[in-house]
Design a protein around this ligand. Structure first.
Ligand code: FMN
Length: 401
């Protein structure tokens, strides 16, 4: 299983919040992930958004009325609860959260919540005072104590025109959490994987750094692919610009030295390490404590010192090591040399040139090189490359075991 939402059956409970129009986007994105989405609406929700919009997006009928003999839910009021893999209530009103906390089952959303044995994700959206009210806070605590996952709400502009806490979480974040929950059924749940990502930053002075063009996207994509298959993932990265991935333990390491320390530490307990970070080979011998001034200086000579190459030094019996080689010439030859020198199990080589803007792009064209030979892959999304790397890690782990 790759994308944990693919072929997943999701009950989407929509309640009477002004944010219920956002549930249309969520339904659409879930469908695009390959999930089968079954909308359930409260009366309040139907007064704000029409059910037909959800039918059009999900190609499934909307459960509206527990007592309608012509609807699926009318025949069996818990039919949806029995078949779904996940229930998402988004947006969740204060009223519905209160009913869920108390076990009231008077509409398709609350009945399905009470009857399902599947995981539940609740996305509150409401006015700031409704959210901070003690009753709502207690109800949310009750749901959390019952094992319900809750995302948000967040601070921002509210429908009342005020700024406050109550904004519904963004679609991408909800999808990310849904994936995290469903990844618990993945094929890599017993694996601990460390991934490094991004270009390191070596300080020249408190303001300036020497860095490189790596965005961190490749490493983040590998980490996400591993997370999606249930692995316990630690992501060691210098990139703070990319969004966090739910369920991944992210460690910020800015310099080559910090990257080395964290990599050594986390690889001790890992089954595999995938080093996609572009770690600087050099650092300024001395980083000035004050800003280097240009006044009266026409030329500035920098002395650089080699950084520690940790890859070769981290070894334990079962650790699978995957490296990257970005090269401008003799790509495969250089990759083979690095594979040997660094004692790697697999190296992902890519050609860097004017025509192939690898850095910052969402796709990459790589060659997998190991001791048995090489596999030249077509250009593909970085996430898909991440999935192939995890396939290889899994196969190698099986060989060792
Ligand atoms: C236009 C409009 C917007 C509303 N937005 C919210 C909201 O964002 N959050 C909320 O908790 N209640 C909101 N309400 C109040 C709920 O609709 C009301 O509490 C209702 O009883 C909720 O029923 P339900 O939970 O069964 O959908 C809104 C009401 C209206 C008329």
């Amino acid at each position: 299983m790759k994308n944990p939402l693919e072929k997943c059956s999701i009950g989407l409970g929509i309640t009477g919040s002004i944010a219920s129009y956002k549930a249309l986007d969520l339904a659409s994105k879930l469908v695009q992930q390959g999930a089968s989405v079954h909308p359930l609406m409260t009366d309040g929700a139907t007064k704000i958004v029409t059910p037909i919009a959800f039918t059009a997006i999900t190609h499934n009928s909307v459960a509206l009325d527990l007592y309608d003999p012509s609807s699926d839910i009318g025949m069996d009021h818990v039919s949806v609860a029995k078949t779904i893999d996940l229930l998402i209530v988004a947006p969740a009103t204060a009223n519905t959260i209160a009913k869920m906390a108390l076990g009231i089952a008077d509409n398709p959303v609350t009945t399905t919540y009470l009857a399902t044995e599947s995981p539940v994700l609740v996305i509150p959206a409401m006015d700031g005072n409704m959210y901070s009210n003690k009753a709502t806070q207690n109800n949310i605590k009750t749901l959390k104590d019952s094992g319900v996952s809750i995302i948000g709400p967040y601070k921002g502009h509210l429908a009342s025109g005020l700024q406050g806490i109550g904004r519904m979480a963004a679609t991408n974040e909800i999808i990310d959490y849904a994936k995290l929950i469903m990844a618990q059924n993945g094929d890599m749940t017993s694996y601990k994987i460390v991934v490094t990502a991004g270009g390191t930053k070596e300080p020249l002075d408190p303001i300036r750094v020497i860095t490189n063009r790596s965005s961190g996207k490749m490493g983040f994509a590998i980490a996400e692919a591993a997370r999606d298959r249930g692995a316990e993932v630690t992501l060691i990265t210098s990139s703070t610009a990319l969004p966090n991935i739910a369920g991944i333990h992210t460690v910020i390491a800015e310099t080559a030295d910090e990257m080395a320390t964290q990599t050594k530490l986390y690889s001790k307990k890992a089954d595999a390490i995938v080093m996609a970070a572009a770690v600087s080979d050099w650092k300024p011998t001395v980083a000035s404590l004050e800003k280097i001034k240009k006044l009266g200086v026409d030329k500035l000579n920098l002395e650089l010192t080699k950084t520690e190459d940790v890859v070769a030094s981290i070894n334990h019996q079962k650790l699978i090591k995957v490296g990257f080689a970005a090269e401008t010439q003799n790509v495969v030859q250089n990759a083979k040399r690095k594979l040997k020198e660094k004692n790697l199990d697999l190296i992902i080589a890519n050609q860097i040139s004017q025509e192939t803007p690898v850095f910052g792009a969402d796709t990459n064209k790589v060659i997998f090189v190991n001791k048995n030979g090489e596999e030249d892959l077509p250009e593909m999304g970085k996430y898909d490359i991440g999935q192939l790397i995890i396939d290889r890690v899994k196969a190698m782990a099986h060989q060792i075991a």
